[in-house]
Design a protein around this ligand. Structure first.
Ligand code: ATP
Ligand code: MG
Length: 281
C-alpha cells in the first residue's frame, strides 16, 4: 500500500524469510561462517538455536544459497514427519531415485549415494529447520544416518536448527549419543539497540529507499522497546509505523507513529487518518 508512496521496490518489513534482506551484524556473519566451516570440514552434527523470530529460517536459506556446487543439500522444514517420511523427503531432496519401498531400501540407496558423492569429491548436508518439534524416534533415526561414514570421513553433515527447546530435547538421556556427536553449537540472540537501528536502515535500503523515508531516533527506541530486538517483531511494528506515516503523508517516522502502530497491533486503535491525527496531537 505504502510501497509506491515511499518509492520502494519491495516491502521492507515483509515477514518472509527472504535472505536478500539478510542484515549481517556480527552474530549472523559469525553463525554463517561457523555453519559453512562445519559443513566444509565435515564436522558431522551442528546445532543452531535461537528464540522465535530471530532469523533461523532466513539463515538456513542464506547458507543453502552459499553452498558451493560440490555440496549437495536437502532442506527439511516440516518437522511433523515420521522416520519413514523423513527418509523419503531427504532422498527426494537429494535427487536419489524414488520407488524404494522400505526404510531399508532408502537407507541403502542413501548410503550408495553418499559413497558415490565422496568418490566424486562432493559433500552432502541435510539442514533440518524447526528441529525442536522432531519426535525423539525421528532424532534417533537422524543419528543412525550419521553412522553412514567411512573410517576417515563423515559422509553426511547434519545441521539441526530450532528454538531453544531443541537443546532441552537433546538433553534427554535417550538422545545422549546424538548430543555427544554435536561438534558446533551456536545460539542466536536478539539484536542490540544499535543493531536494531542498523537493521531497520538496512532493510529500507534493500527495499530500495534512498532516503525517501527515515525513522527518527526516538522511533527506533520505541521499536526496540516493543520488539526487544527480535527481528520478526521489528518487522511487524516497522510495517505498521510506515503505514501510519503513509496515512499521514509524512516521510519521517516518529515515536508517536510507532506507538500508534503498536496500539493497532494490540487492538487498541485503527490506523485511519482521523484516529492518527488525533493521536499525533
Ligand atoms: N539477520 C536478519 N536480517 C534480515 N532480516 C532478518 C534477519 N533475521 C531475521 N530476519 C527477518 O525476521 C523475520 C523472521 O525471521 P525467520 O522466519 O527467519 O525467524 P525464525 O527464527 O525462523 O522464526 P521461528 O522461530 O518462528 O521459526 C523474517 O522476515 C526475516 O527476514
Ligand atoms: Mg523458522
Amino acid at each position: 500500500m505504502y510501497q509506491e508512496y515511499f518509492g520502494l521496490k519491495k516491502m521492507p518489513f515483509s515477514l518472509a524469510p527472504d535472505p536478500a534482506f539478510l542484515y549481517l551484524c556480527r552474530q549472523y556473519t559469525e553463525v554463517i561462517s561457523f555453519m559453512l566451516y562445519g559443513i566444509r570440514e565435515r564436522k558431522g552434527f551442528l546445532e543452531i538455536t535461537g528464540e522465535i523470530g530471530t532469523g533461523k529460517t532466513t539463515l538456513c536459506r542464506a547458507v543453502l544459497n552459499s553452498l558451493d556446487p560440490h555440496t549437495k543439500s536437502a532442506y527439511i522444514f516440516n518437522s511433523d514427519l515420521s522416520e519413514f517420511e523423513l527418509l523419503k523427503t531427504i532422498a527426494r531432496d537429494l535427487g536419489i531415485l524414488g520407488g524404494e519401498t522400505s526404510k531399508w531400501d532408502i537407507i541403502n540407496a542413501l548410503n550408495n549415494f553418499l559413497l558415490g558423492q565422496l568418490e566424486a569429491g562432493n559433500n552432502v548436508v541435510i539442514i533440518i529447520d524447526e528441529a525442536q518439534n522432531l519426535k525423539p524416534e525421528v532424532l534417533e533415526q537422524i543419528r543412525l544416518l550419521s553412522n553412514l561414514e567411512t573410517d576417515q570421513e563423515k559422509l553426511l553433515q547434519i545441521v539441526l536448527v530450532g528454538q531453544p527447546q531443541l537443546r532441552a530435547k537433546l538433553a534427554s538421556p535417550s538422545l545422549a549419543q546424538l548430543r555427544q556427536r554435536i561438534s558446533i553449537r551456536y545460539h542466536l540472540n536478539p539484536l542490540s539497540k544499535g543493531e536494531t537501528e542498523g537493521y531497520i536502515e538496512h532493510r529500507l535500503r534493500v527495499a530500495g529507499s534512498r532516503g525517501s523515508v527515515l525513522f527518527e531516533g526516538a522511533a527506533v527506541d520505541g521499536i526496540y522497546a516493543f520488539s526487544r530486538g527480535i527481528p520478526r517483531m521489528i518487522n511487524v511494528v516497522g510495517d505498521k509505523a510506515l503505514l501510519a506515516a503513509f496515512v499521514l503523508e509524512r516521510r519521517r517516522v516518529t515515536a508517536k507513529m510507532v506507538k500508534a502502530g503498536i496500539d493497532e497491533i494490540e487492538g487498541r486503535c485503527t490506523l485511519d487518518r482521523k484516529s492518527l491525527m488525533a493521536l499525533m496531537k
